[in-house]
Design a protein around this ligand. Structure first.
Ligand code: ATP
Length: 133
């Protein structure tokens, strides 16, 4: 099966850099499955899980939003943060979820509301991905 180079990069580290057969990601326009030789494309990504098909297995990584660049020979994801299931600290994500829910209940200024919503989404996404361990 043909492969392409797949990279996930955050400001802190290179999370993933390997050949793979397919990438499934959630862009702001909807879910996209990318195979080798895809036409060039750039898209913003949602807080979501990226799924990478490689050698008959599926690698999953949580990403906190970001940007995806597709070329015929590669997929590059630049994410604000990214973790594999086994890297996720479930207690930390639960605490972040509770903090965000508390802020949302308190209904402060709009800007805090939006930040709390994003924090809640990140925490829920991590909790979901952590279950895929
Ligand atoms: P918190 O409030 O717990 O810091 P956050 O959503 O604000 O959560 P981010 O700003 O998205 O955190 O991430 C900061 C750094 O911490 C990143 O390197 C990210 O990978 C890491 N990180 C955040 N939450 C977790 C978690 N539950 N388990 C492992 N790493 C995490």
């Amino acid at each position: 099966m043909s492969t392409m180079q797949v990279d996930i990069v955050t400001p802190d580290r290179k999370v993933f850099s390997e050949q793979a057969e397919m990438v499934i990601a959630r862009t702001t326009e909807g879910e996209i499955g990318v195979l080798p030789n895809h036409s060039p494309l750039a898209a913003m990504l949602q807080i979501s899980a990226v799924r990478i098909k490689q050698d008959g297995r599926e690698v999953i990584a949580a990403i906190s939003g970001g940007f995806m660049e597709v070329k015929p020979e590669s997929v590059t994801i630049l994410a604000e943060s990214s973790e594999f299931p086994e890297e996720i600290d479930v207690e930390r994500a639960k605490a972040a979820k509770e903090r965000a829910e508390k802020r949302l209940r308190e209904k402060q200024e709009n800007i805090d509301f939006h930040r709390a919503e994003l924090a809640l989404n990140r925490a829920l996404n991590r909790l979901k991905v952590a279950k895929k361990k």
